[in-house]
Design a protein around this ligand. Structure first.
Ligand code: ATR
Length: 284
């Protein structure tokens, strides 16, 4: 990578940030499209987050992606925010205007839906109910995106039911879908009749506990997706595929959520190809 003095500079801000795939992803696209730009990782502790944002806006940066644990702080820190980020309660993409003003967006839900559209074009949101496992930050974006895309009913189930209920209470005024909260013990019963199953928990990720879920009650034509992408084929996806369900892995969500930022900062709509997927998978 060779950049000039005119290079457009963006950042990914996290704490820690060393695990972030964003520098590699944006770097791949910058190289591929021969764009004079760079996206640098900035490890920023929570107490310094606001100051760093203000500083990079004075340093000519064009924007930043924001990862854990800063997504909620970013919502509070920006000058303007889009409706989606406001509804989800978190910002993951910041565009720095030429006057230094910070504009916040949330593209996680967009990335989630675009990934399904690309890899499971047969699935239509209006087809029927979705079961969502988990009630953390990722679930918030997924619930909002499912509702926006027209899923009629969402069954939300989480180990700690009160967290799912809290999430439902916060989001309900922004959702058009009917949202039901269920006990963790009900997670298999509620699969019956669902057209989509989404895992937003960390269960099944390398180094984490496994997800204890029998798919026996799930329709064979239901789509199954996982936001975990290490491993790419999680045990959930493997068992779904083995019984004939369509499956979509979580890597595409990561790639698709990055597209709006790349377009805004570097001026080109990037493509999600097998090559970019494979490039990200090469990293250990
Ligand atoms: P994120 O913000 O990235 O989504 P998170 O807030 O840590 O991550 O959420 C992790 C999700 O995984 C939560 O829904 C969590 O359930 P709790 O709300 O009960 O903590 C879920 N989770 C983590 N470990 C779990 C386990 N062993 N069994 C069931 N759910 C689990």
């Amino acid at each position: 990578m060779i950049i000039s003095g005119k290079a457009r500079c963006a950042a990914v801000i996290g704490w820690p940030v060393s695990h972030s795939k964003s520098p590699r992803l944006h770097g791949y696209w910058l190289d591929h499209y021969e764009i004079d730009g760079v996206l640098v990782p900035l490890a920023v502790a929570p107490q310094h987050f606001n100051a760093v944002l203000r500083q990079i806006s004075k340093m000519g940066f064009v924007g930043a992606c924001v990862t854990l644990p800063h997504k909620q702080a970013a919502l509070a820190a920006v000058d303007q925010v889009d409706e989606t980020a406001k509804s989800i309660g978190a910002v993951n993409t910041i565009i720095i205007n030429p006057d230094g003003g910070l504009y916040g967006q949330n593209t996680d839900g967009y990335g989630f839906i675009e990934n399904l559209k690309q890899h499971a074009p047969e699935w239509h949101p209006q087809k029927g109910a979705a079961v969502v496992l988990g009630a953390g930050g990722a679930a918030r974006a997924v619930l909002y995106a499912l509702s926006q895309s027209g899923v009629p009913e969402i069954r939300l189930v989480n180990r700690t039911r009160s967290k799912a209920q809290e999430l439902a209470d916060v989001l309900s005024s922004n959702l058009t879908s009917t949202l039901h909260v269920h006990d963790w013990e009900e997670r298999e019963v509620i699969l019956a009749g669902a057209k989509l199953l989404v895992n937003t928990t960390l269960l099944g990720m390398d180094g984490q506990a496994s997800l204890d879920l029998s798919l026996e009650t799930l329709d064979r034509e239901a789509l199954v997706t996982d936001i975990v992408y290490t491993p790419l084929m999680t045990p959930l996806l493997k068992s779904a595929q083995a019984r004939g369900n369509m499956v979509v892995d979580g890597l595409g969500m990561l790639i698709h959520q990055a597209r709006p930022g790349f377009k805004a900062w570097f001026g080109r709509e990037p493509e999600v190809t097998d090559d970019v997927r494979n490039f990200l998978l090469l990293e250990k």
